[in-house]
Design a protein around this ligand. Structure first.
Ligand code: NDP
Length: 285
């Protein structure tokens, strides 16, 4: 068997094309430009690169972008002040606090202060809690929302499927488990203390990987015909690697998100959808 590859680049392009029209329509209707603010402390290379990618995504759909860059030496009170300004600014509709934050800054305290109505990556406890209870409105973290969109696009029937998610972070694994549960999958959320991880993975009709260990999951961990969603993105000397042995798993799985070109490109497109929704709610409030 050779797995059908779920093309994230093509899906992201389609979403962005639709969003271009929707952003333009919003602007002509309201006179406002939905704007994403990115709060960054220090010069971490990955977060500088991520901010640049977010700006490009915003430019591509016609969203506004505002970067708030504080020096590594900034203290908690100064960061909180900057966040408070973004929370109340009528010109800002979405806010992301980029990681890593320096050790002397409490990231959880910042998340708690984030305005839930502008929390377009769904990290505030209000949004996480509403997702857990499936009580809209809430924002879903963009990465797992993108994984679901790829599966929906491929007409995957979720009901009754055995789903295994490896990785339980608040931003990928845990919300992915909830999204699959709400779609009536039978869900197992595995992690670093899971006993017999290969055996647990082999049970899965839908296997989602959000670990960050390149090529950890081998072909013989995968049930023949299973759907594998590989969120892993690790830069190695041999290039960008997912959490599974992509070539080996493609021989066994029925569907597979490639790395690169699978879940990664969809994430920022979904984030723009969340930004537009935040702006729509702000004008109708
Ligand atoms: P975290 O480091 O926050 O979480 C990793 C999870 O993997 C933890 O729950 C951890 O378990 C688990 N884990 C670690 N080692 C093992 C192991 N040997 N066996 C089983 N489970 C293990 O990572 P993130 O969720 O933030 O990211 C996961 C991956 O997804 C990364 O590669 C990241 O780059 C990628 N990512 C991709 C995005 C995209 O756009 N596609 C966006 C965001 C992330 P425990 O909780 O027990 O420690």
């Amino acid at each position: 068997m050779t797995a059908h590859l779920l093309d994230g680049r093509a899906l992201a392009k389609t979403i962005r094309e639709t969003l271009k029209h929707d952003f333009a329509a919003f602007q002509s209707r309201t006179g406002a430009t939905p704007t994403l603010a990115v709060l960054r402390i220090g010069e971490d290379e990955a977060s500088v690169g991520y901010a640049r990618a977010l700006q490009k995504t915003c430019d591509g759909v016609g969203a506004g972008f505002r970067a708030v860059e504080l020096p590594l030496s900034a203290q908690q009170a100064e960061v909180e002040e900057a966040l408070a300004e973004l929370n109340t600014s009528p010109l800002v509709h979405g806010i992301m606090i980029l990681e890593p934050t320096p050790d002397h800054i409490s990231h959880p305290a910042l998340i708690d202060l984030l305005n839930p109505a502008k929390d377009v990556d769904g990290v505030h406890a209000i949004n996480a809690g509403r997702l857990a209870a499936d009580r809209p409105p809430y924002f879903v973290p963009a990465t797992p929302a993108g994984g679901i969109r790829l599966l929906e696009q491929a007409d995957v029937a979720f009901k009754g499927k055995e789903a295994v998610i490896v990785g339980r972070s608040d931003i990928v694994g845990k919300p992915m488990a909830l999204l699959l549960l709400h779609r009536h999958c039978t869900v197992t959320l595995a992690h670093s203390r899971t006993v017999d991880l290969p055996g647990v993975c082999r049970r899965a009709d839908i296997l989602c990987l959000a670990v960050g260990r390149p090529e950890m999951v081998k072909a013989d961990w995968v049930k023949p015909g299973a759907i594998v969603v590989d969120f892993g993105t690790t830069y190695t000397d041999a290039g960008l690697k997912g959490d599974c042995d992509q070539a080996g798993v493609a021989e066994v799985a029925g569907m597979l998100t490639p790395v690169p070109g699978g879940t990664g490109p969809v994430t920022n497109a979904i984030l723009m959808e969340n930004l537009l929704r935040a702006a729509e709610r702000a004008v109708s409030a």
